[in-house]
Structures are given as C-alpha cells and as structure tokens.
Design a binder for this molecule. Structure first.
Ligand SMILES: *Cc1c(COP(=O)(O)O)cnc(C)c1O
Length: 426
C-alpha cells in the first residue's frame, strides 16, 4: 500500500477527482454537518437513502390512491407479483440463480424459517456451528432453535474462536474443525463477513468442508450482500439469508433476502412452514386447502409482499445493477486500501486495525481497536467535533466502512485526520 501518496488533504481530493469509477455519490442523500456533509462510515449499519426514493415511494402511494384494490393487478408495478421484480437483481447480487432467491420478511425471521427446514437434529448429529463473535441475533436464533428441539443450547451450539492472540477466525481452522468433529454437526451458520472484525471468510472452502462432513452449510450475508462478490450457487452453499438496510441501502428494517440452493428446491421431503404465498401462483386464487408446491425459493414465503417496504429494495437493486458488484468491489478495495494506508501512518500506540490485511479476506469495513480511548467516547467525539460517523462496538472497536457507492477518498482522509488529532491531544 506504500504506493499511495503521503496523507494530505490535497492528495485525497486529487484521488477523488481522478478515481470516480463506481461512485454514485450524487445519487445519495448525505446527512449534513455544518455547511458541508457528514463523512459517513456507518453504511455497514444503515446505508444511506437514494435520492430517487421519495419519488418512487410516491408512485406506489399514488397507485394505491388511484386504484385501491385494483392495484394488485393494475398498478404500474402490479403488487401481486411485485416481489418477482426483485428476484433477478437480488440473485445477481449474491451469485444465485433467480429461482433460488426470494425477498421476504426480515433477516432473523428468515434465519428461523430456513432453520425450520434445514436444522433437523438427528441422533448424534445435532450441533450448530457459529463464530464466537457472531452478531447477537444469530446467537439467540440458533440457541432458541436448539431449545425448541428440546436440546441444551450450551451443548448444541459450538462457538468457534480465533487462535489465541489472533483477532480473526482462520477459514482453514473452520474446515479442520469440520473434518474432525463434523459427524456431530447438523448445521454450519457463519457470518460471510463478520460484523465485528470485518473478516470475510472463505465460503467455498467452508462449504466444501461442511459438505464432506455431511452437514448443511449456511451463511448470514448481513455484512456481505452488496459488499463482497458472492457465488452462492457455484460454491454450493445450502442456504443463506441477508438484510438489505446495510450495504443494500434499502431503508431501516427493509425487506430481507433468502436463498436456497436449487438442489433442495425439488425435495418434497424437506419440511417447511407455509402460507398462501408458498403455493404455486397459478393456483393461488383457487383458494385450495392445500399448498401446490412450487420449485422455487418462493415456497418459503408466506405472506403477500409489503409493497412500501419493497419499493426501496427494488430501487437499490436497480442501482447495484447499473454499477455492478465487480466494479463496486474494485472501488471498495481501492478506498479501503487507502484508508488502511492512512491509518497505518498513525503507528500502533492508540489505534490498531484488526481486520485482515489481505483485501480478499475483508469487505470495505476496517475495524479499529482503540487501546487508550473508550470507543463510545471516541465515536461521539468523531461525530461531534469532526462530522465523522463511525460506530462503536463494545468492548474496544470502532468500525469504519468506506462504502464504494457514496464514500470518497476525502471522507477517508477526514476520518484519518480526526483520529490523528484525537491521538495527538490524548
Ligand atoms: C445486522 C445483523 C442482523 C440484524 O437482524 P434483523 O433481523 O435484520 O434485525 C442479524 N445478524 C447479523 C449477522 C447482522 O449483521
């Protein structure tokens, strides 16, 4: 990374002038700070609002006002099949085939619905493997699944930890664990990109190891969707779920995604929790008492889609389609590499990047451990005094995510410069 210029504001501005590929900053609404804008690094927590969203939502409201119930079939984007508009762009985002993907519910709900089908403890094969630093909701979800099956969560849930003295789980250690103890593992459910450290696991390697051990392999893509390139189908991942309000910029609590590999779509022996949206749409309105199965991920959907909550997802997916994940990922690596090179000039006395240094093993987020300053205070000072929004994660990390769609080199410089000043005055 020493090919980057020394950290000056002017160099950052010059990089912004010369490197614009993949940036759509002018299409997003940046929160104000003084006369300018916030340097926003929290897109890993809540993405920013696309400027075109208000008009798009207005269209849906206008159709409802004009058409009432007729909007199901006559709206400019008919509501009855609205979720189908999201299928192909969502599949492109995660590297799936269109029939393997459905947008529905929220993330933790989707984890549970998919575990209802794919966590089937039997005999000695009962354990669920997660990472020790998994997001709490995932931990609660798998523990409650174990309890729901009458199992002891403490014995059933295996929390994989990094090696002593290391901050990140090694994918090869996950594979080695599965090779040794895989016969007791029913389900592997790991974060594709860890929310705390920013580590991007090797999903292909882990999927292969899990399958060799006879386990189902699933990933939570909350921090991966819209952040890194994914090939869920090609890698053979059994199932996955993700939210869309982080890197996918689709509004707080927006409708989430689910993926089921096509090898499971025809399998009638897999139990499922169903509703009227599970049935084949060609017979849905015959109001039959039994589901007519459809061989798509839609079989896991239950309710008619929430149009106002899906409109932002559709608009965001259109934005991703226009730029493409490959272009975004390249810009992401340039921005994150730049931020890393700036932070490295601060030395290690106060701040230390714990995210993997290998660009292939991380997305855009850098997690910075604060050795001397409480991270809650640090995040507050960054916001109040410098207009830099990062977020604090206890015990000792702030997360900085330069998001390729709307972040700039100058934003990275502002974060670095703020940390430098805080370091010097502490
Ligand atoms: C953000 C996040 C969640 C949030 O779950 P919701 O059901 O969307 O509230 C869950 N798991 C992970 C790994 C996350 O990063």
């Amino acid at each position: 990374m020493d090919s980057y210029p020394a950290p000056t504001e002017r160099d950052a501005l010059a990089l912004d002038a010369s490197d614009t590929e993949g940036s759509l900053r002018e299409e997003f609404l940046l929160p104000p700070y003084g006369d300018g804008q916030i340097a926003y690094f929290a897109g890993n927590s809540l993405g920013l609002q696309p400027a075109a969203l208000a008009e798009r939502l207005g269209e849906e409201l206008a159709d409802w006002a004009q058409l009432g119930v007729e909007g199901h079939l006559e709206a400019r984007r008919p509501w009855v099949s609205y979720h189908e508009l999201l299928r192909e762009p969502a599949a492109r985002l995660v590297g799936a085939r269109p029939h393997e993907v459905v947008m529905m519910n929220s993330l933790t709900v989707n984890l549970h619905l998919l575990m209802a089908s794919f966590y089937r403890p039997e005999g000695d094969r009962t354990r669920i493997v997660i990472e020790d630093t998994t997001f709490p909701s995932d931990s609660y979800a798998v523990r409650s699944q174990a309890a729901w099956h009458g199992l002891d969560p403490d014995k059933t849930v295996v929390r994989l930890k990094p090696r002593a003295g290391e901050d990140n789980l090694r994918s090869e250690d996950v594979a080695a664990f599965l090779e040794e103890e895989g016969s007791t593992v029913a389900l592997v459910l790991l974060g594709a990109v860890n929310y705390y450290s920013g580590e991007h696991l090797d999903l292909e390697l882990i999927t292969r190891a899990g399958h060799a051990a006879g386990a189902i392999v699933a990933f939570d893509l909350a921090h991966a969707a819209g952040n890194v390139e994914l090939k869920l189908h090609e890698w053979g991942v059994d199932w996955a779920a993700w939210c869309t309000y982080k890197y996918v910029n689709s509004a707080p609590g927006a409708v989430a995604g689910a993926y089921v590999h096509e090898r499971h779509l025809q399998d009638r022996s897999i139990p499922r929790l169903e509703g009227w949206w599970s049935t084949d749409p060609s017979v849905r309105f015959q109001m039959a008492p039994e589901v007519t199965p459809q061989a798509t991920a839609d079989a896991w959907s239950m309710s008619n889609p929430p149009i106002l909550a899906m409109a932002p997802v559709l608009l965001s997916l259109e934005i991703f389609d226009r730029v493409g994940m490959a272009t975004l990922r390249r810009r992401s690596q340039r921005l994150t590499g730049y931020l890393e090179s700036l932070l490295d000039t601060l030395g290690a006395s106060h701040f230390e990047v714990i995210t993997p240094r290998d660009p292939a093993r991380r997305g855009c987020q850098l997690s910075v451990r604060s050795h001397r300053i409480d991270v809650g205070e640090l995040a507050e000072t960054l916001r109040r005094d410098f207009g830099v929004i990062a977020d604090a994660r206890q015990p000792d990390v702030i997360r900085l995510a330069p998001v390729p769609l709307y972040s700039t080199y100058h934003d990275c410089w502002r974060a670095y410069d703020a940390l430098r000043r805080i370091q010097e005055s502490s």
